[in-house]
Design a protein around this ligand. Structure first.
Ligand code: PMP
Ligand code: GLN
Length: 387
């Protein structure tokens, strides 16, 4: 008999772990899991070394070290004109992943419904299931205008049991940046139905076309939004697992109540280093976006040349592509066979849907890699059309 609790049985090993292990086993170029292959800003790395050597190796305070909470608040004021009190409205977490899990566990009763957009980041479904809550997915469909959803499907997803909207913009895996009118509709529905928004904005500094607008900046939304971000993406340190939550004090204190029993605290010496990184000049954040924009263009062009239909992303680390022109029908089969066929790893996105048919033909490539790695991947993928 499976000792695992029933609510977790539908969840196997994450696709990211499976695909990274496949890349290592087959010596493939890994454009699957989204992690950069270069280090973040040297000022931040040096600050972490100094913190370790300087004796900051014990438990930090539960909500996070004060200089990091102050830096998180200052950074949001600087970029988004959002004001949060570092004492009570900001909480440091073990990555965005813990922030998401703690928010859902803190705010949803069993049977409450969570509206989210599919394909969704895989931890959403698992965290909703752990809370005994129910997900109400709204489908993002790939088309000539990128990924869009049917506003009527969104309206219909809200009902008497809706407790939360979980919004990820810029969006993984599609690279979609939600438009002002889409955000306005989400905000309107949250207010009409008295629903809390949890916004996963880990790609806030990776927007190439258009602009990122935090949902919390829309009228009436700051008081009902739990805003989440993370150092992993903004500072190329995905292994540090330093994330944070900002929001009105009652919501943040509810999240802290759960978070303290998940990890209590984490990343003592990295926390002051992330504070340094958040204070870097605009040139750092502009440079990060510019470098990723070039990489996006490089990989999109290469994938199109290799025969894929490419859905050009507006933000994030990721581009999705249709495998149909290359004779593929099922992304999972395609990605499992890809290392043997040409030595490249990608991620099938159908595993991020409740309605996998909407994404069966789509796969995701990460472009947060050195140019020579992207070029090598494209050279290998070109063999597919020839085969
Ligand atoms: N949300 C999204 C949309 C992600 O892509 C990721 C992966 N970085 C996370 C959350 C998790 O972030 P972290 O590594 O900080 O836990
Ligand atoms: N966020 C990363 C991605 O989407 C991976 C995170 C993970 O492995 N859980 O690729």
């Amino acid at each position: 008999m499976d000792p695992l609790v029933a609510r977790m049985r539908p969840f196997g090993t994450t696709i990211f772990a499976e695909m990274s292990a496949l890349a290592v086993r087959t010596g493939s170029v890994n454009l699957g899991q989204g992690f950069p292959d270069t280090d973040g800003p040297p000022e931040m790395l040096e600050a972490a070394v100094a913190a370790i050597m300087g004796g900051r190796n014990q438990y930090p305070p539960g909500p996070g070290v004060p200089e990091l909470r102050r830096a998180i608040a200052a950074h949001q004021r600087r970029y988004w004109d959002l004001d949060y009190d570092p004492d009570g409205e900001v909480l440091v977490t073990a990555g965005a992943t813990e922030a998401i899990a703690a928010s859902i566990l803190a705010l949803c009763e069993a049977g409450d419904e969570v509206v989210c957009f599919e394909p969704y980041y895989d931890s959403y479904a698992a965290s909703i299931a752990l809370a005994g809550a129910v997900r109400r997915p709204v489908t993002l469909r790939a088309g000539h205008d990128g990924y869009t959803f049917d506003p009527d499907q969104l309206r219909a997803a809200f009902g008497p049991r809706t407790k939360m909207v979980l919004l990820n913009s810029p969006h993984n895996p599609t690279g979609k940046v939600f438009t002002p009118s889409e955000l306005a509709l989400i905000a309107l529905l949250c207010q009409q139905h008295d629903v809390v928004a949890v916004t996963d904005e880990v790609y806030e500094h990776m927007v190439f076309d258009g602009a990122h607008t935090p949902l919390a900046t829309l009228p009436g939304m700051r008081e009902r939004t739990v805003r989440i971000s993370s150092a992993g993406k903004s500072f190329s340190c995905t292994g540090w697992k330093v994330g944070w939550v900002s929001g009105p004090a009652p919501l943040v204190s509810a999240v802290l109540r759960v978070k303290q029993f998940l990890t209590y605290v984490n990343a003592g010496p990295q926390q002051p280093a992330v504070a340094v990184a958040l204070g870097l000049p605009d040139s750092y954040f502009d440079g990060l976006a510019a470098s990723l924009r070039d990489k996006r263009d490089r990989l999109c062009a290469g994938l199109a040349d290799a025969g894929f239909e490419v859905f050009r992303p507006e933000g994030t680390y990721f581009v999705t592509a249709d495998i149909t022109p290359l004779g593929g029908t099922d992304g999972v089969d395609f990605c499992r066979a890809l290392p043997d066929r040409c030595g490249v790893v990608a991620v099938p996105t159908q595993v991020f849907y409740d309605h996998p048919d909407a994404g069966r033909h789509l796969i995701r490539f990460a472009f947060c890699k050195r140019d020579e790695v992207l070029d090598e991947a494209v050279a290998r993928l070109r063999k597919l059309a020839a085969a």
